[in-house]
Ligand binder design. Structure first.
Ligand code: OOG
Ligand code: MG
Length: 265
């Protein structure tokens, strides 16, 4: 690829992000050091991270779309969505206590998650194709944690940091997408008993299945497809809310039940 960073540089950048993730330490965004870092370079770093985590025994369970709602793009000052990978090591059970000791500055966001029953392959994947391939949907909360100082980044840097992926909790009630009006599905996020965010799933690219289609098309650019049985989060519907030890969070989804968790040291 013209202008793409050398493999040795990609490996060096992956070293920086990997140690920041493993040690829960904030680092300068990669573009401070490499101002010409492109989105493609960011995905090359992310792919190297994925290769390392899988080589280390983690299992790939799915993918996430990020920066798919106006609220999120505005909050983060980025104007395009991104994708990231999810492994079993990031999953936490519903209603559990989640430690923040191994996170830098966690934030929570409500998302609609899809579980696929058929392979999806881009380019040209559409929301209709996603819905056709979907087994069921369920509510999820993603705990994101940028490894960049002050949670500030640009698109290439956040992609290299696996789109801020850290933890995720799926739960509530699984439902067939065909039985729901996913566009108008409302969500309410409560922290310590107070409502901190309210929105409808249409905030995600007009329909959350559009976000999954986008994800499949980005995977295709990397020569990959989304295999049947994947768990896919479609992106924060509301802005992300910071959490600290002692906080309890409940995300209530219309038709899909709720997902709760608390945070401990
Ligand atoms: C990037 C991750 C965004 C979402 O759902 O929008 C994301 C970030 O905001 O740190 O996961
Ligand atoms: Mg998210």
């Amino acid at each position: 690829m013209a202008g793409a960073l050398k493999e040795s540089v990609i490996a060096q950048l992956a070293d920086q992000v990997e140690s920041a993730q493993r040690e829960a330490r904030a680092i300068a965004k990669l573009t401070d050091q490499w101002p010409d870092l492109t989105v493609a370079d960011g995905y090359a770093v992310q792919a190297e991270l994925r290769r390392r985590y899988l080589a280390d025994g983690q299992r790939l369970v799915g993918w996430k779309a990020g920066l798919t709602s106006r609220a999120k793009m505005k909050q983060m000052g980025v104007d395009q969505p991104c994708i990231g990978f999810l492994t079993d090591a990031m999953a936490r059970p519903e209603s559990s206590a989640i430690s923040t000791a191994d996170l830098v500055h966690p934030r929570v966001e409500c998302e609609v998650a899809f579980v696929t029953a058929k392979d999806l392959q881009g380019p040209g994947c559409t929301a209709e194709m996603v819905l056709e391939a979907t087994d069921y949907v369920l509510p999820a909360v993603e705990i994101i944690d940028s490894r960049y100082a002050a949670f500030k980044f640009d698109l290439a840097s956040v992609i290299a940091d696996n789109c801020s992926s850290a933890r995720f909790v799926g739960g509530g009630r699984a439902r067939y997408a065909s039985e729901l009006d996913l566009r108008n599905l409302g969500v309410v996020m409560e922290k310590n008993g107070e409502i901190v965010a309210v929105a409808a799933a249409a905030a995600v690219l007009g329909h959350p299945a559009e976000a999954v289609a986008m994800l499949v098309n980005v995977l295709a650019e990397q020569g990959e497809r989304l295999p049947a049985g994947s768990f896919v989060m479609s992106g924060g519907i509301t802005e992300a809310i910071p959490v600290q030890p002692g906080d309890s969070v409940i995300a209530r989804f219309q038709e899909l039940g709720s997902v709760s968790m608390r945070f401990v040291q």
